[in-house]
Design a protein around this ligand. Sequence first.
Ligand SMILES: [Zn+2]
Ligand SMILES: [Zn+2]
Length: 367
Amino acid sequence: MKNTAQKPRGPLTHRILIGFFTIILSLLAYWLLEFVMNDIDSLPGPQLQELEAGILDKSLLERERSANQELAQIEQRRQDVVARQASLEASTNSSRETMNQLLEIQRLELQKGAATNEGEAKALTDSKRLFLSNQAKYQDLNDELENLREQARAIQDKNSGVRVQLEDQRAAANRQYVGLRKQHERKKASLKLLVLIPLLLIAFYFFRVKRGSLLAPIIYATGAALLLKLFEVLHEYFPSRYFKYILIAIAMALVVQVLLYLLRMVVSPKKEFLLKQFREAYEKFVCPVCEYPIRRGPLRYAFWTKRTIRKLILPEPSGQATHDDPYTCPACGAMLYEKCPVCGGVRHSLLGYCEKCGASKEVVVPA
Ligand SMILES: [Zn+2]
Ligand SMILES: [Zn+2]
């Protein structure tokens, strides 16, 4: 039985480089997938304008267009009138102020008993006239505004039927557009899955068959990129209320896997794992089964535990090969050193190979 746990791993810098290029590879794979997905996204979908062109009545559209034009002209005129009113208001205000000032001057002069100035009287009459004419003009503009409003209302009334019909037709076009849009989205989603799922299956196949081989980093890199992209696609096209169930189900499956693995390890530990434990126990001169110190050879009278073994000062070898006898743990009865059936020397009972002749044996785990 060959010990597969001890694979050559290479120097640290080498392993770091492998990790680095694995990450680069997964980034590139992700990037490639991103390009493919973008190309699928750019497939031409339904166009609302084209649909409307097919559905909307041409003569109704023409009537709507001319009505909108007329309304726009009326609006333009209305804005002109409003602007003229504003400037008239400014002029009226200033003439009112002039009038008030002149009246004030007249009043003061009358109090002093002086005669009224000819020029002042004329100025007063002028500003009065201007004020009144401004008022009249302002009123005219108000009438014009009312007239324009009337015209706009008339146009809208005349075309209300057209508007209602067009609204119905636009709604129909929009419904059709929404339906086609949904169909298009479904098409894109299935195309993306059609790209991703076969690739994932291939990656999964290689993962099952080749994960122990040299190809492992490549498989992990591309697999991770594929999985990430698949998640993104699912997230994009499945409503998030379903997506969270998918996520939670996957997370639970993973956790259950880990739990089962741990439980299995407790009930029947993997052979590799056990052999590793045995190796470490022998290294520390304690029984692999019960951790009682293996007191043989020069250590016959020493005292140590698994924790203090490093500080233990080994006694000078006495010269006799006293430790080359079979040995059974006095605490639990597990056979720890036994006679090799191939070379007749004494070997570890719970390790795979004889240290004398290299003969291998199937380690039987003590009950
Ligand atoms: Zn023991
Ligand atoms: Zn041997």
